[in-house]
Design a protein around this ligand. Sequence first.
Ligand code: SF4
Ligand code: SF4
Length: 316
Amino acid sequence: MGTGRNRMIIAVASGKGGTGKTTVAANLARVRGDVTLLDCDVEEPNVHLFISGEPQGEPEVVSLLVPEVDESRCDGCAACSNFCAFKALAVLDKRVLVFAEMCHGCGGCARVCPQGAIREVPKRVGVVETMGADGVTVVQGRLDVGVAMAPPLVRAVKAHIPKTGDAILDAPPGTSCPVVATLRETDFVVLVTEPTPFGLNDLKLAVEVVRELGLPFGVVVNRADSSDDRVATYCREASIPILAEIPDDRRVAEAYSRGELMVDALPEYRPLFEQLYTDIVRLLQNPLIAGVARASCPCFMGGTPMPRGALQGPHC
Ligand code: SF4
Ligand code: SF4
């Protein structure tokens, strides 16, 4: 499947965990082939359970620069702690306390210190590992135990997005900073949800984030069940395209529990993912849709919803 671009970056995200986000990302990568699949869920990477392969090189250690205070120079003026928006510094009795686990590594405190008493030292946050398997290059971040600062590691994983060739990003669940770090500068976001009240609630939160970032997106409904149409109704009313519906099939859950990809264990699902990829490509090949979507294209995000399989509106 050619994209007509040098590179296409697709992020697969969901407002909560357990919706099948990794399933969609990994199966999409399998049907695409010749693609880089990046596991940005650095607190709990699990893509490797479904697509594993030979390690390519040694794990890359990722560090964050955090402040270290030279007490012989510090006069306790508190300019550093007043500057830090993340409460990673406190001054007590003219002594600076550094809470490195809360530091975002912005370097601001070192710059505002009038005494030049702060230097930045590397603090390890995790590793990035690369594996190759059957035409899919898997890159995953693994946050060290006890480390809370995921975004720098997410950015280190994303640094492995190839200059040419497509990339699929498996985002962390939720809508917090690591998710935003994952979604930034991607071309298209697939939001995976399930047709339950919880799924709908978290989908709405995820939609807010993606719209705030101005990214084109569509929805995949996992464990689709015709008895609950609330997600479908919401998508229709919010003019969000539903790109695919994965049936609530017990065999899919069984394949998942064995660590098998759907498209390998149940080849009848291969066309569903091939069509999903094709639809995303078709959207992004059309510069009007890809560009206008950022400004609420009438046929894609802001007006009459498009029926499935007919992703091009009248003026596109
Ligand atoms: S800004 Fe510099 S001198 Fe002032 S409290 Fe912080 S480290 Fe000490
Ligand atoms: S580097 Fe930035 S986030 Fe870290 S302590 Fe200094 S000001 Fe705060």
